[in-house]
Design a binder for this molecule. Structure first.
Ligand code: 39S
Ligand code: MET
Ligand code: ZN
Length: 759
């Protein structure tokens, strides 16, 4: 009796981002639809082939997408946003219009996929009448079978999760109507020979999962299972434990998938105390699908052995903890890294190899020695000097001696008002200005050695100068240098800090064709020299107006990086806070009077289980305060966050004790203002007045309305006027035009407010 293994999803983007390039050249019109389909097919098949070559038994089908798998599922069931319903649901044009917006219609909204940096497109149920469009999964299943002889495992987001992630009033109705459609899709797959079908229901791990949800699940899966014959259904969960374990494992399906890595040990505990049904298969996620470190296979063997005490061998499937789309493709080409670091890494391909070796071991096809040998490369990094910095150890021993408290906010405000004498409703931007093709091309030349350090610096300074002049002529009140020297707000700092490595090909999809290269925090984090002083001081030297220093905060660097797993995350967070603190001090010492420390990832880092929120927020707040508390009372600390859903954390935002915060709000204006109605916020605040995700230039009228609505609940003395987020993805002329409108709107409201306060 052999133990099988399985994969939950493979990165779509390709080893050298072939997928991204194919998409972007199609969007640009450089290739035809036919060429696009052909190139995508090659990429898709090569991924299947690779998984088979690595020894994977159950290879996922349908995880490959042209943009996002939630959009795929919504389109599969005809759940197109109302405004696109006149279009052909089966056309590529419609698909990309929903994802990216068309000439006349805005795109679907994007939101973070659970606690990851992946964004999915939010389905809009509206008055939708679910219907099956084209069984894309069947097509892909047959393709794999015919082209490669692979009997794949179709993967599909389950109805409960799909509806939970959607927007709409009529969720229950839609859910009921979806069930026969799911049955049809599944039966067509079964008829084509699919042995196993994986149905993802990550909603079961969230705090929203209650007894009522499982009652519904029991009914729904009862129907689905009864009506689908000749295939096995597996319900897959990931990213956390399932509290209602007993409900989950008694659902009427053939297999249950659990995450044994990110569940705080709960799944194993439940398995031991409550057992596992004898008539089901357990798909055990034992290889970390979220982080990039090699597994300790000897430890994994122990875990699997404990699982085997509760589950028979022939009822166990070994697999990664979640889909591998959250890690890069392969570490093989990372030759710029220190060999010790490279040898400790495991990206998607290496994870599949680990899984394969582990499976072989349990099937008596590999010796224990092979596991030991595998583990030794990671051990070498652990003990190396590379990982350990005595200066950091010393500082961490006296962590409490670094202040986290500033003079009281009201007193600071008085001092700052005096120092800056800004007008009412001051205008500013969030930091970045357009990262044009030219900026990127110059950086590439510099990286390739075609441009000297001096030439590159001169180019960046030219850009800064150009944009300081633009900001002056727009009459913005608080300026920024524009972040032209940065590839990405996290990668840039990762590159500068000791203990953090940047990969060459370690891309991960963030949304659509946009990717990030998350830094790899492999050792103690140390700031050896200032990271941002040169550009900021240069920018400040060109203007009488304040130029904000611009940093990424410790929480965001942590959440958007791959983090070493030999220390608690909070330790790494506090190390980062010491480095950012030093940078803040360096900026202040160089004469910079306003410093913005961005924390856009603070909200998304919230644990999926609400009982873990307090600890997380306490650490996050302390780290932010430690980063910023050492400056003089009249130095103004700003922070910025994007994405809505702040209601849950208003108190924590306040506790950061930043003098000014800017928040993205334009897409959820009403809701956010509402949360400030209930909470009296008494520090500077800028609720983004226009959406930066769209090239559209807002009208003055719209912006005046946005500002006035905010002023109904917020004190005009505290209100700032700014866009939602940085402008790096926008074009130059649309940026200038939009800011012109914004400044005009601010001036109009300023005048009005002045008249009102003077009477
Ligand atoms: N880390 C992170 N997470 C985040 C955000 C963020 O800003 N940073 N914002 C939110 C939204 N996410 C985003 C994620 C990616 C991009 C983005 O624009 N990514 C770029 C890559 C940015 C980058 O690193 N660019 C490099 C160039 C890398 C590159 O592609 N080079 C080309 C050559 C240059 C070119 O032709 O562009 C090559 O090597 O072939 C640079 O500026 O130098 C992309 O995928 O296209 C935007 C928003 C949430 N999460
Ligand atoms: C994702 S938040 C972005 C903040 C950063 N300062 C910028 O303007 O790009
Ligand atoms: Zn932002």
């Amino acid at each position: 009796m052999t133990i099988n293994n399985s994969n939950l999803g493979y990165p779509r983007i390709g080893e050298k981002r072939e997928w991204k390039k194919t998409l972007e050249s199609f969007w640009k019109g450089d290739i035809t639809e036919q060429q696009f389909e052909e190139q995508m097919k090659q990429i898709r098949l090569s991924h299947l082939q690779k998984q088979r070559d690595k020894g994977i038994d159950l290879i996922p089908i349908g995880d490959f997408s042209y943009y996002d798998h939630i959009l795929d599922t919504a389109v599969l069931f005809g759940l197109l946003p109302e405004r696109f319903r006149k279009q052909d649901a089966n056309s590529l044009q419609t698909y990309f219009d929903i994802a990216r917006g068309s000439r006349d219609q805005v795109a679907a909204e994007m939101t973070k996929w659970f606690n990851t940096n992946y964004h999915y497109l939010v389905p809009e149920l509206g008055q939708a009448e679910p219907r099956l469009t084209k069984n894309r999964l069947l097509h892909l299943f047959l393709e794999a079978k015919e082209e490669l002889g692979i009997n794949g495992k179709p993967v599909l987001v389950g109805p409960l999760t799909l509806v939970a992630l959607s927007k709409g009033e009529n969720k229950d109705q839609v859910l009921q109507k979806l069930i026969p459609l799911y049955v049809q899709v599944l039966q067509e797959l079964a008829d084509a020979g699919a042995e196993w079908i994986q149905i993802d229901e990550p909603v079961f791990v969230t705090s929203d999962a209650d007894d009522a949800l499982f009652l519904k699940a029991k009914e729904i899966y009862g129907t689905i299972k009864r009506e689908t014959v000749n295939t096995k259904l597996l319900i897959q969960t990931y990213f956390e434990s399932v509290e209602q374990y007993d409900h989950l494992v008694s659902l009427p399906v053939d297999g249950i998938g659990l995450d044994f890595v990110y569940d705080s040990g709960i799944s194993l505990q439940k398995l031991q105390t409550e057992g596992f049904p004898k008539d089901k298969v357990l798909a055990a996620g034992v290889i970390d699908g979220r982080n990039v470190w090699k597994a300790s296979l000897q430890k994994t063997v122990k875990l699997v052995n404990t699982i085997l005490e509760a589950v028979d061998r022939d009822r166990l499937i070994l697999q990664p903890s979640c889909s591998l789309i959250h890690v890069p493709v392969t570490a093989e080409n990372e030759n710029q890294l220190d060999p010790l670091v490279k040898d400790a890494l495991s990206f998607a391909d290496e994870k599949l190899e680990e899984l394969s070796l582990l499976t072989k071991f349990f099937n008596f096809e590999a010796e224990e020695g092979a596991l030991k040998e595998y583990d030794s490369s990671a051990d070498q990094l652990s003990s190396s000097k590379l990982r350990n910095q005595s200066a950091v150890h010393d500082a961490m021993k006296q962590l409490d001696s670094f202040s986290t408290v500033r003079l009281e906010a009201g007193l600071r405000r008085k001092l700052q008002n005096k120092r800056f004498s800004l007008p009412l409703l001051p205008t500013t931007t969030i930091g970045s200005f357009p990262q044009t093709k030219e900026v990127r091309a110059q950086r590439l030349k510099w990286k390739k050695g075609e441009l000297s350090e001096q030439q590159y610096t001169a180019y960046i300074e030219e850009e800064i100068k150009k944009w300081i002049e633009i900001q002056e002529s727009l009459e913005l009140d608080v300026l920024v240098h524009g972040e032209f020297e940065r590839t990405d707000m996290v990668e840039f700092f990762g590159d500068k800090l000791t203990g953090i490595a940047i990969t060459t090909f370690g891309w991960v999809q963030s949304y659509g064709s946009r990717c990030v290269r998350p830094p790899v925090i492999y050792g103690d984090v140390l700031l050896e020299e200032p990271m941002t002083v040169k550009e900021t001081v240069f920018a400040q030297s060109l203007s009488e107006k304040p130029v904000k220093g611009m940093l990424t905060g410790p929480v965001t660097i942590l959440n958007w990086s791959f983090v070493r797993n030999d220390l608690p995350k909070s330790t790494v967070l506090h190390q980062l806070s010491l480095s950012i603190r030093k940078e803040v001090e360096a900026l202040e010492q160089a004469g910079i009077a306003m410093i913005q420390v961005d924390e856009p990832a603070l909200r998304e880092g919230l644990p999926l289980k609400s009982e873990k929120w307090n600890d997380y927020l306490a650490d996050a707040v302390t780290a932010f305060k430690r980063s910023t508390a050492s400056v003089q009372p009249d130095t103004q600390i700003h922070t910025h966050m994007c994405y809505s859903n702040f209601e849950d954390i208003t108190q924590a935002i306040d506790a950061l004790d930043a003098d000014v915060i800017s928040i993205e709000t334009s897409r959820s204006h009403g809701e956010l203002i509402h949360s400030f109605e209930e909470y009296s916020y008494e520090k500077g605040i800028g609720l983004g007045v226009y959406d930066i995700h769209s090239p559209r230039i807002p009208t003055e009228d719209e912006l005046v309305k946005n500002i006035e609505r905010a002023l109904q609940v917020l004190d005009p003395e505290l209100f700032w006027v700014n866009p939602d987020c940085g402008l790096k993805t926008r074009g130059v002329s649309e940026t200038v035009e939009a800011l012109k409108v914004m400044v005009a709107a601010a001036k109009f409201c300023r005048e009005k407010a002045r008249q009102e306060t003077s009477v």
